[in-house]
Design a protein around this ligand. Structure first.
Ligand SMILES: N[C@@H](CCC(=O)N[C@@H](CS)C(=O)NCC(=O)O)C(=O)O
Length: 386
């Protein structure tokens, strides 16, 4: 039996859960307050982080990319999460990055800045999954110890009263574009869910489609997105409303306009942040020498190399650099790098047309890898070559 430690209100747990359900892998979900998590997993990982997958042979895997890779490598995948086509695979990597990293700000804004609507639900949920079985009247006090930390995380992402309007504007545009796509297609790149669909669960499921305030927005303005989050939590393809939908994935050169519109939006609203993030990493690496395998953050309480600034819809945002974003970005860059020149042509065409080329070109000079449950420096990263 596989066990998934996390919580229904946790962003990243949603990605792993959705994959387990979709692939029909038998598993049991356990609260992060479960004695096994507190007593064995935290001491092993030296980090209080969910989700963690416990495999049927007793391995603990933290990190959603690593969990999906582990289950795939064990041959448990029934619906291919990595399409074979060069373009579909590149696009799905792009949205794995975008869904997990870029949408964090919107999820945190809609969760932590609408207390009247959200807090009765959120505080109860935090208390319940920290100490399962705790009587309702004791949950609030317990929850407050955790919600304070999460509000600090929101601030570190640059989510404030002042940046809220830009975050909101940007998110509502994304929602509209994704809804338009889902009106025609059940998933991002075709008939079945792939990495990008799982990545989009990170913020869409627990925060945006489930918390009281944003879920009302989704239900009023983006019904196809609501339906998508439902579908991603049901086994198999599960898209009965798409009659006679063609089998498989979009072929190279056949990217629908609705998906291109989403890519254009991702380029406009996420690239400034990603470029600032990469620049800070390269500057830091220019000033410090690192060995392969060195932990990126010697101090676990300070999981960033420093602050970055960029503009979103004309609003200045200051936030902490995120090394983990580069770990996911590399998955896209590694895929494109190993394509033959002919296979690469349609990828470059679509990325060029949508303003997404910098996602392939901009690189950190060193790889970001994971080892012993943490982000560590890898070897040098290849520069982009056409
Ligand atoms: N890269 C990790 C991120 C996991 C993550 O940020 N989990 C959150 C809950 S959704 C957490 O445990 N945060 C605790 C903390 O930041 O201290 C993954 O993909 O699993």
């Amino acid at each position: 039996m596989y066990y998934l430690y996390g919580a229904p209100f946790s962003a990243f747990t949603a990605k792993a859960r959705s994959y387990l359900i979709k692939q029909g892998i038998p598993f049991e979900e356990r609260a992060f307050g479960h004695p096994r998590f507190m007593g064995d997993i935290i001491p092993a990982a030296q980090r209080m982080m969910v989700p963690v997958l416990e495999t049927d042979d007793g391995l603990f895997v933290q990190d959603t990319c690593d969990i999906l890779d582990c289950l795939n490598q064990r041959g448990l995948e029934k619906l291919p999460s990595c399409p074979e086509g060069a373009v579909a695979r590149a696009v799905t990597h792009l949205f794995e990055l975008f869904g997990g990293e870029a949408l964090l700000r919107a999820g945190m804004f809609y969760r932590w800045f609408f207390d009247e609507e959200n807090m009765p639900f959120i505080e109860n949920q935090f208390g319940l999954f920290m100490v399962p079985g705790l009587p309702a009247d004791q949950r609030l006090e317990l929850a407050l110890s955790q919600t304070g930390t999460m509000r600090q995380r929101a601030a570190a992402l640059g989510v404030t009263e002042a940046t809220g309007p830009a975050i909101e504007k940007s998110f509502l545009d994304f929602l509209g574009a994704f809804n338009d796509h889902l009106e025609e297609h059940p998933y991002l790149v075709g008939e079945t869910p792939t990495l990008g669909d799982y990545g989009l669960q990170v913020m869409l499921y627990a925060h945006l489609a489930r918390d009281p305030y944003p879920s009302a927005i989704l239900k009023n303005q983006a019904q196809a997105v609501v339906r998508f989050t439902e579908r991603m939590n049901q086994p198999g393809i599960c898209s009965p409303e798409y009659i006679d939908y063609p089998e498989g994935f979009f072929v190279d050169g056949g990217v629908p306009e609705t998906l291109k519109a989403m890519m254009k939006w991702v380029a406009a609203d996420y690239l400034p942040e990603l470029e600032a993030n990469i620049a800070l990493h390269n500057q830091w690496l220019g000033e410090n020498s690192v060995e392969e395998g060195d932990p990126i953050f010697p101090d676990e309480k300070q999981r960033t190399l420093g602050p970055i600034q960029f503009k979103l819809r004309g609003t200045e945002i200051s936030c902490s650099a995120r090394s983990y974003s580069l770990y996911i970005l590399q998955r896209l860059q590694d895929w494109v790098d190993q394509l033959s020149p002919e296979q690469r042509i349609p990828v470059l065409l679509v990325f060029n047309e949508t303003g997404c080329m910098p996602f392939l070109e901009q690189r950190c000079s060193h790889r970001v890898e994971r080892g012993n449950y943490k982000e560590v420096w890898g070897g040098p990263m290849r520069p982009f070559s056409k």
